[in-house]
Write a protein that binds this ligand. Structure first.
Ligand code: DAH
Length: 341
């Protein structure tokens, strides 16, 4: 019986090395230790047929073999458990949450699409911008009071370049005008959409917001082109029954300058309880000032142009009718808020 036990152990040692799956391992366990007809179990049943003085030592050996087999099985099970990932194809799948674009990303895409249809090329310029492009070249010399209207964040305390001055976070997309002109290719039809930064925060202002800036420069460009372009935009963006009016205003970089109003979507300009006098303010525009053309290296006696620059947030909220009583909510990353749209 001793030799039988030794043969069983040798048998087991050989078999365990071949096992590659948990199913085979289970089968091996049944074969050796199974309560019915397990090889070891069967042998143990014969213990009682041995002479009395043999029972003790052979029993001890049998237990050793049994422990050896149980340990071998357990060790193999641990390695297989780690390697074999049980895939149960009948389990229900994990539903992945599906997000959507942020309201302002959608707005930017829609705005670019409308202008692309009439040949305005989408451009991008640095958000960390030189004073020169943000102000100086736009006909706003260093000590000009008009600069106060742009509550600017400064990166440098002092000018660090004779021509370019100090760096700022661009307070408006108009800084892209000169950068585009400097590329030296005419005519220009660009739409510059970018983040802008101003030191303002309250229910209707966020320190980081977006503007879209149109610039068109060619021979013979006049105010009717400005009006036609803007009407095309509002009819395609807000709806066919919308129109605009130009209201005289002042900007340093345009002459003449205007505020653009759009007729109210409810009364279409007649005047109602929502809008009072029939018109809502969209943003600034004008004919590019000759000094600005000159700064961009363009001959103002040959070329003329128009420009406009509006807030993306304001324009999109007017279109969607989404009533947000605190603009800051757009940028709080609160999914409960954002998922409503
Ligand atoms: N840059 C101006 C602002 O941020 C908006 C603006 C006004 C842009 C008139 C223009 C323009 O291009 O012609 O307030």
């Amino acid at each position: 019986m001793r030799s039988e036990l030794q043969a069983i152990q040798a048998d087991f040692d050989q078999a365990i090395d071949q096992i590659q799956t948990l199913v085979d391992l289970d089968a091996l366990e049944v074969r050796f230790l199974g309560r019915k007809q397990g090889v070891v179990t069967e042998l143990l049943k014969q213990l009682k047929t041995l002479p009395k003085d043999e029972v003790g030592p052979v029993g001890a050996l049998a237990n050793e073999v049994k422990t050896h087999i149980a340990d071998g099985l357990a060790a193999r099970r641990r390695t297989l458990d780690n390697n074999e990932i049980a895939i149960d194809v009948t389990l229900p799948g994990l539903a992945r949450p599906v997000g959507h674009l942020h309201l302002m990303t959608t707005a930017i895409r829609q705005i670019s699409d409308v202008f692309a249809r009439i040949g305005f090329e989408r451009v991008r310029y640095p958000e960390v911008e030189w004073d020169y492009y943000a102000f100086e070249a736009l006909n706003m010399p260093a000590d000009h009071v008009a600069r106060d209207e742009w509550e600017t964040f400064f990166i440098d305390r002092q000018p660090i370049d004779k021509k370019l001055g100090q760096r700022v976070l661009t307070p408006h997309t108009s800084s892209g005008q000169i950068r585009k002109m400097e590329e030296g290719i005419l005519p220009i039809k660009m739409i510059n959409i970018s983040k802008c930064y101003r030191r303002q925060i309250d229910v209707s202002h966020v320190p980081m917001f977006h503007q879209f800036e149109g610039l068109c420069i060619d021979r013979g460009v006049n105010i009717t082109h400005l009006k036609g372009t803007i009407d095309y935009f509002v009819q395609n963006f807000f709806g066919p029954e919308r129109t605009t009016r130009l209201r005289p205003y002042h900007f340093q970089f345009t002459e003449p300058s205007f505020e653009i109003d759009i007729n109210c979507g409810i009364c279409l300009g007649k005047g109602c309880r929502m809008c009072k006098e029939g018109w809502l303010e969209l943003g600034g525009a004008g004919m590019v000032h000759p000094n600005v053309l000159k700064a961009g290296g363009i001959d103002a006696s040959v070329y003329s142009g128009f420009a406009f620059g509006w807030g993306v947030e304001r324009t999109y909220l007017m279109k969607s009718g989404v009533n947000i009583d605190d603009l800051r909510a757009l940028y709080k990353n609160d999914l409960g808020f954002l998922q409503q749209f």
